[in-house]
Design a binder for this molecule. Sequence first.
Ligand code: AVJ
Length: 329
Amino acid sequence: MTSIAPFMLTHAITADPAVEFAADVRAGLTRRGQKELPSKYLYDDVGSALFEVISVLPQYGLTRADERLLRRNAHEIVDQVPGPVAVAELGSGSGKKTRWLLKALCRRQHTSYFPIEISPTALAMCQRELGDIEAMSIVGFEREYLDGLLEVAARRRPGYHLLVLFLGSTIGNFDRPAAAEFLRGVRAILQPGDSLLLGTDLEKPVPQLLEAYDDELGVTAAFNLNLLARINRELGADFDLQQFQHLAVFNARARSVEMRLKSKQDQEVHIPGAGLAVRFHVGETIWTESSHKYGREEPLQIAKDAGFFCKAQWIDQEWPFAENLFVAE
Ligand code: AVJ
């Protein structure tokens, strides 16, 4: 057997993603009051590639902080996780930043790694990026997070714990109540003694946050506008991208940075694939994403509320960001 599998074994989804996309676009753009589009749709192939560029922008330190913490502390983190374990990663992306943890773990034990991703492209990248690690097998799940985690848990081998990775502050895309509910959902699938490594971006000065989400090169603007371009591509819509402007807004009450798309004029857009015509007033916005920022101590309470305890925390000094190790009680 060679160490690089020619194909990754993938469990594909059953529901039709195109139908769901159309339904979510319809629901979000016909809402009374604030129009919205779910942020998960930012990550088609174009959006994922643009996010990779964002993650190397000087103004956006989040991904580098996450990677630094995982690289510098991989052995320490793994030492805090009682084994043997199988690893499930929620939203693996390219898998690049997970390499250090997996390598540290594979020195201790043969490791099964289960990336859970709605993007088949990301799953394929993950295989390319991590397929060379010795003593590791990869099985990707093309699923929503909790559906994928349920399947991984159903395959748990006797005597094995699960280590769930939820990195990159993706949790920040949920508002605080939804994040708490999501983590309770994770906890319900786990057993006492299982672990969750959760990445949280920490609060920092507002001007710094706004620059991170509205960079001068316009990469984040392109990332945001791509959502409209995607609706044009996949649902045959006629959004004129010139007529929408990217905005990054700090929401002090929610302690989040919001991305919005502002209509530059009164206009009507047709979206045949969603059976829809939508009017926008000049200045009206579509809310496309929130990135919540956390206090240093906040993960302790977050853990407790969801049925975990926070066993350890690693914080990056250069760009305040925390990796929090939760253990299921
Ligand atoms: C990948 C969800 C962590 O919220 O900071 C980057 C996505 N949005 N720039 C974030 C994002 C705008 C990012 N996450």
